[in-house]
Design a protein around this ligand. Structure first.
Ligand code: SAH
Ligand code: SF4
Length: 386
């Protein structure tokens, strides 16, 4: 009878296991206590041990953790996991660029891109939001309404997934290919600064992922009120998506400029904590044919950034399906770079990478849609082609 009753009642749902991968130190301590595996007095010590396994060794299960007792490993196994978010798609470009489409939750997907031979060894371009609230007219992500902010753990998980795929554990290996991180994927990092700052703490921890803060760059479209906090709290390198040297054009290309125009933006950049010749700001400038690429535009740019320790990254426009612009001709880009160089500014032209898999700057977009926001039609742009 008992057996019959038991088989008829619905199976008791197993309690969800806590995911420890991606947590900050304090979150990890709290999780170990919350799951009942560790008593509060020992949480700090245990979190320290687990930290090295998770972020230095890249452990994906508790069985590998040989300096932890069998009993504790069993308790952790029963209550916690080290799972990564699901990789829905993985593509490798002809030039070695890798792109992962990562599902962070139901209906929420982001893209992460690894670009070899950039920075000291290779750069991982991470997303900070699913979609973006801003809609810069040349950016594919901008056509996707914001679904939600990523948590710090979801930002860190992008690094873990890339390192799993690159087989780059332990973290302090000599031949590291992943040496730099750039927040240039989907989203505006300064609209999710708490999570970005916490993720930076995890990434730069010397007992874990060991990524130097000087090799972590946060790119912003110009959220002026958050710039100071970014520098003060994270010491990250700053990149500013400028794209135009006058307000009329920038209002059109980077609409946040209407709220924070160039004078306010430049004042905030000049006051960025730690800015010096050794730690220069990068101005990003996308090259749009006939829009912002004339010699007069280059000279206006020089006047605008005069006195700021800076370099200018010239980004050939990466087209995407339905994009309203065309990339400047190569000679035009070189002429533009020459004018900046002669004025004393390093102005590398960023070689487009991974274009064949839509992994280049501004091409990222996932299918995630927030239902109500997705009903919004996109207003026509001045440069939209018929
Ligand atoms: N939201 C942040 C970071 C993500 S965008 C920002 O705007 O800075 C990363 C960089 O890619 C920005 O400099 C952005 O202006 C640039 N970008 C966007 N779309 C692009 C495209 N289609 N071609 C080239 N660069 C693009
Ligand atoms: Fe958002 Fe940056 Fe794209 Fe602008 S360029 S829409 S801020 S992701």
């Amino acid at each position: 009878m008992t057996t019959l009753l038991a088989s008829r009642s619905p199976p008791a749902a197993a309690p969800a296991r806590l995911n420890l991968a991606g947590l900050t130190r304090s979150e990890l301590e709290a999780a170990l206590v919350a799951c009942g595996a560790v008593e509060p007095a020992r949480a700090r010590m245990r979190a320290g041990q687990l930290w090295r396994w998770i972020y230095h060794a890249g452990a994906r299960d508790f069985a590998a953790m040989t300096n932890i007792s069998k009993e504790l490993r069993a308790a952790l196994e029963a209550t916690c996991t080290l799972e990564r978010p699901e990789v829905v798609d993985r593509q490798v470009s002809r030039d070695g660029t890798r792109k992962w489409l990562i599902r962070v939750g139901p209906g929420a997907e982001v893209e992460t891109v690894f670009i070899p031979d950039v920075g000291r060894a290779g750069a991982l371009c991470v997303s900070s939001q699913v979609g973006c609230t801003l809609n810069c007219s040349f950016c594919h992500t901008g056509t996707q309404p914001l679904v939600r902010n990523l948590t710090a753990a979801e930002i860190v998980a992008q690094v873990l997934i890339a390192k799993d795929d690159l087989e780059e554990w332990p973290s302090d290996g000599e031949e590291r290919r992943l040496s730099n991180v750039v927040f240039m994927g989907m989203g505006e990092p300064l609209y999710n600064l708490d999570a970005v700052a916490a993720a930076l703490d995890v990434m730069s921890d010397g007992e874990g992922l060991c990524l130097s803060r000087r090799r972590i760059t946060v790119s912003t479209s110009g959220v002026v009120p958050e710039l100071h906090r970014l520098g003060a709290e994270t010491s990250a390198m700053l990149a500013v998506s400028l794209h135009a040297a006058n307000d009329a054009l920038r209002d059109e290309l980077v609409p946040i400029n209407r709220r924070y125009p160039l004078t306010a933006l430049m004042a905030a950049v000049k006051a960025y904590p730690g800015l010096s010749n050794a730690r220069r700001v990068t101005f990003e400038y996308v090259m749009l044919k006939g829009v912002n690429d004339s010699p007069a535009d280059a000279r206006a740019l020089i006047r605008l950034i005069q006195g700021v320790p800076a370099k200018v990254n010239l980004i050939p426009f990466n087209p995407w399906p339905g994009s309203p612009y065309v990339c400047s001709d190569w000679e035009t880009i070189e002429r533009f770079a020459g004018i900046l160089n002669r004025a004393g500014y390093a102005s590398p032209i960023r070689t487009p990478r991974g274009r064949d898999i839509l992994a280049a700057c501004g091409q990222l977009k996932s299918e995630s849609l927030k239902v109500r926001a997705s009903q919004r039609p996109r207003p026509p742009r001045p440069h939209d082609v018929a």
